[in-house]
Design a binder for this molecule. Sequence first.
Ligand code: ADP
Ligand code: MG
Length: 257
Amino acid sequence: MLEVQNLTAGFLTAQGPLVAVDDVSFHVDVGETVCLVGESGSGKSVTSLAIMRLLEYDNGAIFGGRILLDGTDLVGLSQAAMRRIRGRHVAMVFQEPMTALNPVFPVGDQIAEAVMLHEGKGRAEAWARAVEMLRLVGIPEPEVRARQYPHQFSGGMRQRAMIAMALACRPRLLIADEPTTALDVTIQAQILELLRRLKAEMGMAILLITHDMGVAAEMADRIVVLYAGRVVEEGPVERIFERPAHPYTAGLLASVP
Ligand code: ADP
Ligand code: MG
């Protein structure tokens, strides 16, 4: 479903182009959970932003390669065309929910807005979807909560709301960039459980980005290991944990309790 081929991407700096992701290739099949792992600075976020074509908003650029989503190359699509792809085909959850939730609008309005934008639904139907999604992600009293503002939610509830917004248009692929890193351990486990449940119910594929091999062990069908902007190995989760082929992967595994 997603096929990243020889992606090279980075930033336009005063000193010239800075390559953060160097010739990266991997794929995500329908319904699969792939974990993109690697320590801080290895290029995970740049990869995810490139797939969403959001890198351009951060002085970044795709220097080369292809990003095929159901056979369509996203590289080179106009931002107008990308807006039709985001939401319905691929949606993203960020590490810090406040980067995606707007503090000045009620949470339900923001989810409804996404549904109206991506699916062209009317306000009433979009609002009903927003409430249904908040219920689905386990937010109590969703009719009441939908009228509240992000600051009235706890950190864990905000992350649930973010997931509700990302999944509101039932994308076939969800990209989650360190969705639990900002949360304490108990809430982290709840959010991972939620993602597993939603995946079972909705059947979307997940590209889960994490620096935590414990999270990867729990969630992944396959693991792609990034080091300094390059893929150093890739394989089924069992194989990676039993017989890591690259010393860098072995080092990452040594940090798992
Ligand atoms: P990760 O998500 O794996 O922690 P990133 O993808 O955020 O890593 O970063 C990869 C590399 O790109 C790092 O060297 C980082 O310093 C650099 N980088 C990230 N964002 C920017 C930016 N806005 N401008 C310049 N360099 C950046
Ligand atoms: Mg990151």
